[in-house]
Design a binder for this molecule. Structure first.
Ligand code: PHE
Length: 341
């Protein structure tokens, strides 16, 4: 039995030293120390020994087991370290390699134009307002002095939700004038950008959905001069210091007097060219002094207060700003187009 134990000790020490992996080591542990292992098998023969021999052999067996266990433990630590080292080598990261290019998006050209506009007006002390696209005809028309029967309320131009024509997709941002007058303390200085809807066929200059920015000022002693001064300041910021403007008489139900503002054509400088269709001027926006009846309907005394308003088309502003020829490009989301700005 002594020989068997010594042979086991030698054999197991050699096998453990030669083990190349943690799996291999585990199977050696089972082979030598397991319940059905070789040491257990030898110990089963203890019963056949004499009472004198038993403690001696027991001691030897215990020391063989202890050696085996510590050899296994030491090898396990060694192999574990080696495995970790290999893993680190395999997963090594070369921080000097060039990184993967991450495509970052950027602002849509129309929003670049919008943000420019907002900046200009915020700089002049205006508040930016947001409002509903599903609007009451009361706000889109009645309170803007376009009563029942007014041609702008026609079914052929307007998206209504009900047969009584009370709820609609707003056809202009001007209802924000009324919403501001009803909710804000005087004096008021606001711009209100947003989507508007009209029953137009899609072509190079029309879309049933487009964007406007409404602007409005109400205070004591506000005149047309304030309107012209503010709009000229805006145009100079948008199109350059020397940009010329002109104001033509026009009609809107909610302003009196009303006008349209043109800018001198940036292409030809006013001589006339294809861009301005030979006119020398390009129409930019509608504006005017708020009609006294509109002020009154929203509870503002027109004897004390006066104001002006304007509405500018955002797509057109962006098209001019970036020289985009076709409105449809703005909505098509084609990256070949969008990444140019
Ligand atoms: N709402 C008008 C339009 O859509 C523009 C406008 C706004 C005119 C404010 C005057 C004052 O054409």
């Amino acid at each position: 039995m002594k020989e068997k134990l010594n042979a086991l000790a030698a054999e197991s020490a050699a096998a453990i030293a030669a083990a190349g992996s943690l799996d291999e080591l585990e199977s050696l542990r089972v082979r030598f120390l397991g319940k059905k292992g070789e040491l257990t098998a030898i110990l089963k023969m203890m019963g056949r020994l004499s009472p004198e021999e038993r403690p001696v052999m027991g001691q030897l067996a215990n020391s063989v087991r202890a050696d085996l266990e510590s050899a296994l433990e030491a090898k396990k630590a060694e192999l574990g370290e080696k495995a970790l080292e290999e893993k680190m080598k395999a997963e090594a990261l070369d921080v000097t390699l060039p990184g993967k290019h991450i495509e970052t998006g950027h602002k849509h050209p129309m929003y670049i134009a919008l943000d420019e506009l907002k900046d200009i007006f915020i700089g002049m002390g205006f508040t930016v307002l947001d409002g509903p696209e599903v609007e009451l005809a009361e706000y889109n028309f009645d309170k803007l002095n376009a009563p029942e029967g007014h041609p702008s309320r026609d079914w052929s131009d307007t998206f209504y939700f009900d047969k009584d024509s009370r709820v609609m997709l707003r056809s202009q941002t001007s209802p924000m004038q009324v919403r501001a007058m009803e909710t804000m303390p005087l004096p008021i200085r606001i711009v209100a950008p947003g989507r508007v809807y009209r029953k137009d066929e899609v072509d190079a200059t029309h879309s049933p959905m487009f964007h406007q920015v409404e602007g409005m000022v109400i205070d004591r002693h506000i005149t047309m001069a304030d309107l012209k001064g503010t709009l000229n300041a805006m145009v100079r910021r948008l199109y350059g210091e020397n940009t010329k403007t002109r104001f033509r008489p026009h009609h809107f139900p909610f302003t009196e007097p009303s006008c349209e503002m043109d800018v001198q054509c940036h292409k030809c400088g006013g001589v006339g060219c294809p861009t301005c269709k030979g006119e020398g001027w390009i129409e930019l926006l509608g504006a005017g002094m708020i009609h006294p009846r509109v002020l009154e309907m929203s509870g503002i005394d027109p004897e004390v207060y006066s104001g002006w308003a304007f509405g500018i088309g955002l797509e057109r502003t962006a098209m001019r700003r970036f020289k985009i020829a076709d409105l449809r490009l703005i909505f098509e989301n084609d990256l070949r187009f969008l990444t140019q700005f």
